[in-house]
Design a protein around this ligand. Sequence first.
Ligand code: AMP
Length: 308
Amino acid sequence: MSKLVIVGSVAFDAIETPFGKTDKILGGAATYIGLSASQFNVDSAIVSITGGDFPQEYLDLLLNKGIDLSGIEIVKEGKTFFWSGRYHNDMNSRDTLVTELNTLADFNPIVPENYRDAEIVMLGNLHPLVQQSVLDQMTTKPKLVVLDTMNFWMDCALEDLHNVIKNVDIITINDEEARQLTGEYSLVVAARKIHNMGPKYVVIKKGEHGALLFHNDNVFYAPALPLEEVFDPTGAGDTFAGGFAGYIAKTGDTSFENMKNAVIYGSTLASFCVERFGTERIQDLSKEEVHQRLLQFKELTQFEIKLT
Ligand code: AMP
C-alpha cells in the first residue's frame, strides 16, 4: 500500500440549498478528500491550517479515520477558513456568498518528515504556489501527483497554475473550468490541450452527468448514479478526487485500466456525498453500503449487445 499526502483546506462551511440551510459545519476540500480516501484504509496525511476556533471534535473525527494530522498547523489566535455558498434550484450551479481566508491567507504548508516520500500526492484546490510548495518538499519523486483546481485560480493566478500543472500527472477539473483553461468548447479538444500542458491524464467532472477520463487518444466515461435524493453537492468533486486517489494508493497500480476503476470508486463515493448536507453522509459510510452501490453502478453501465 502506498502513502497518500493530501493538501487542501480544512474549513467551516455554511450551505444553503433549496432543501435547507446549515450553520457553520465541517467543510474544506482536504476534509472531503481525506474522509473519502479513508474508505481504503490507506496511510494518509492532511497538510493544512486551522485557527484555534476549530473544534477538537472535528479533528477527532478525522483522526478516528486513521488520517495523520501532524501536518495541520493550528494557529491558536487565528480563525479557520470560512466559506459559504447558496445553490440554485438546478443544484448544478451555486453562488459563493462568503470566502474568509483567515489563517489560509498565510498558509505555508509543511509536509511531515515521514510523508515526504509518499508515492501518491493529492493537491486539493488551493493557490497553485501552495500546491507547488508541497511538491518541492517531496524527497522522492511521487508515483502519481493529482491536482484539483478551480476557475478562481485561473482568474487570479494563471501563470502559477500553468507552472504547477506542468509537474502533475493528473488534473481533475469540471467541464466549465476545462473550457476556461483551454478556450475550447469541445471537451475532447480541451483534454488534448491540457495534455500538452503536462498532465498525462485528464479527468473532467460533469457533476450529475458523470466524469470523463482522458489519456492520449483513450477516453473512459463513467456516468453519475441517478439518485433519488440530492441534498447538497458541496464537496462532491473533492470526494470524487479522494476516492480516486485513495483507490490508486491502495492498489499501487497507475495503469489506465486501473484508473478506470478509480473513476468508478470516485463516482460512487461522490454519489453518497450529495445525499446529505456537508460531510454527514460520508463520515459514517460502511464498506457494505459502498459495495452495494458499486454493484448498482455495474448494473447501470453493463450491457451485452449482438451486432447484427
Ligand atoms: P467543491 O464543492 O468540491 O467545490 O468543494 C467545496 C469545498 O471547498 C468547501 O468545503 C469549501 O470549504 C472549500 N473551498 C471553497 N472555496 C475555496 C477556496 N478558495 N480555497 C480552498 N477551499 C475552498
